[in-house]
Design a protein around this ligand. Structure first.
Ligand code: PLP
Length: 278
């Protein structure tokens, strides 16, 4: 593991102080990225999402995207393999009515050899009893460590790949680290952004991929019953792309033909979209 904290460090050289405000108040903003063939995937989208999360805490990131990308490319060269990249932004100063007082932060970049575990033989998901915190309390786009809804839902995961969370009005939202898609009669349906979900970068790519393939996509509020009624279910997230699901809560099984088709087209598609490689 290689860590950037203003300079490159090995894991054993990096530490954080017990006096870090984020240990007291929370507020650690993060993003997870990956490379394909040693090129950073969707770096600009992740950087913009990081800025939006930091903006929620009134923190303005003063590094520009060029510099951010340069640092990561330098790290990828050092590690010399495909990597997963974890960005952590630690707010500094005392929290006040106006956010973290000093509006300053420390940016930490971890690079780790990309290690994508094999698919489980059966990809199972279950429905979480924990509801997503309403957008009015915590915006769904705020990617912050220790969101209690995500934390408590993860604890229900067991041997499931992910658990699907509903929103405060009972609408289907997303997994704890993935966006949710279902397929009914060859139409792909996914919860709209106003359902209270993270605007997933893979989600956006998959919606555009479906459209480019002539597959109808509906972005709208989704009722939980539709999960039981669907022909297929699949999840999307950065480290894995598209993940077709076999089973929901041991009571519903799915076919996987559209999901598998999208898996087969995904890498070629994302490779062809210039904005993914800025
Ligand atoms: N939803 C949540 C709550 C997530 O944490 C993530 C990824 O971390 C996603 C969806 C998938 O987003 P992306 O495709 O940008 O990785």
């Amino acid at each position: 593991m290689l860590i950037w904290k203003g300079r490159w460090l090995e894991k054993h050289e990096a530490y954080i102080s017990l006096e870090e405000p984020c240990l007291l108040y929370g507020g650690l903003v993060y993003e997870t990225l990956r490379t394909y063939n040693r090129k950073l995937f969707a770096g600009k989208y992740h950087f913009d999402r990081l800025k939006a999360s930091a903006g929620c805490l009134h923190i303005k990131i003063d590094m520009d995207y060029e510099n951010f990308r340069k640092i990561i490319s330098e790290g990828v060269e050092k590690v010399n393999c495909d990597v997963s990249v974890r960005i952590m932004l630690l707010p500094r100063g005392n929290i006040s009515a106006f956010g973290f007082e000093t509006k300053s932060y420390e940016l930490i970049i971890f690079l780790e050899k990309l290690n994508i575990s094999k698919f489980p033989e059966k990809v199972k998901v279950s429905l979480s009893k924990v509801r997503k915190i309403d957008d009015l309390a915590t915006p769904a786009y705020l990617k912050i460590a220790g969101r209690t809804d995500i934390l408590l839902a993860k604890m229900e995961k067991g041997d499931a790949y992910d658990v699907i969370m509903l929103g405060s009005k009972g609408q289907v939202c997303e997994g704890t680290f993935s966006n949710v898609f279902l397929v009914k009669n060859n139409t792909v349906v996914t919860p709209s952004l106003d359902s209270g979900i993270l605007p997933g970068i893979t989600r956006k790519n998959v919606i555009d991929l479906c459209k480019s393939l002539g597959i109808t996509v509906e972005e709208r509020w989704v009722e939980p019953i539709e999960l039981c009624d669907a022909d297929e279910l699949f999840l999307t997230h950065t480290s894995r792309g598209v993940v077709p699901v076999d089973e929901l809560s041991s009571c519903k099984t799915y076919s996987k033909s559209v999901g598998r088709f999208l898996v087969s087209k995904f890498e070629e598609y994302i490779g062809s979209i210039e904005e993914n490689w800025l």
